[in-house]
Design a protein around this ligand. Structure first.
Ligand SMILES: CC(C)(COP(=O)(O)OP(=O)(O)OC[C@H]1O[C@@H](n2cnc3c(N)ncnc32)[C@H](O)[C@@H]1OP(=O)(O)O)[C@@H](O)C(=O)NCCC(=O)NCCS
Length: 170
């Protein structure tokens, strides 16, 4: 199957949300990311919000598609304040059925290249300390652990988890 990495476009949001849901096996009560889904499926309103962001200047969103299905996602959101405008925050996920096939590596590698092209100088990410896959992925792509945040994430089940702040100077 040929995997294509491309920019997300208007109308992709629902498929991105489905991929996000598939990246955590529906364990949403433990999930740190309430952005797209809750303990049931994501709402139409959230999907509409994401669709709106797809075209905005501060956001770069990439998807990996396997025929027509979105199986992976990586994004960056830039800062707009004067002294932090060189930095952007990254995120990524791959559906469980497609994990360990190098998809996140390809997505984040392209994200880094696009970030450099656009003039960004620093990428950052935050991952739960116990999120070994994500921390390893970041390290593999040249991110360094810059610090550890206590209670960095509040999970849907009400518990806190510590997070690593990961950074890569471009
Ligand atoms: C983290 C995630 C995006 C990795 O996606 P992936 O496509 O499976 O990653 P890749 O196949 O490109 O693997 C890249 C590297 O990540 C690390 N990695 C990936 N899965 C791993 C696992 N289960 N355990 C340990 N390391 C892992 C490895 O270092 C791997 O490099 P290697 O294959 O040379 O050893 C995926 O597991 C995921 O979506 N997790 C849930 C969502 C999430 O946590 N997002 C990040 C929030 S900060």
């Amino acid at each position: 199957m040929r995997m294509i990495i491309r920019r997300a476009r208007l109308g992709d949001a629902k498929n991105i949300a489905e991929c996000f849901y598939a990246s955590c096996e529906g364990l949403c009560k433990k999930c740190y990311n309430k952005y797209l889904c809750n303990d049931t499926l994501y709402s139409e309103k959230k999907i509409a919000t994401l669709d709106k962001r797809l075209g905005t200047k501060n956001h770069l969103m990439l998807v990996a598609t396997d025929s027509s299905k979105i199986v992976g996602f990586a994004s960056l959101v830039g800062n707009s304040t004067e002294k932090t405008r060189h930095r952007a925050e990254c995120g990524w996920f791959v559906s469980i059925g497609h994990s360990r096939q190098g998809i996140a590596t390809r997505l984040v590698d392209k994200l880094i290249k696009e970030a450099k092209k656009s003039g960004l100088r620093k990428l950052e990410a935050e991952a739960a300390v116990e999120n070994i896959a994500s921390v390893n992925l970041a390290k593999k792509l040249g991110f360094e652990i810059e610090g550890k945040k206590k209670a960095g994430m509040l999970l849907d089940d009400g518990k806190f988890v510590d997070t690593y702040i990961l950074g890569k100077v471009l």
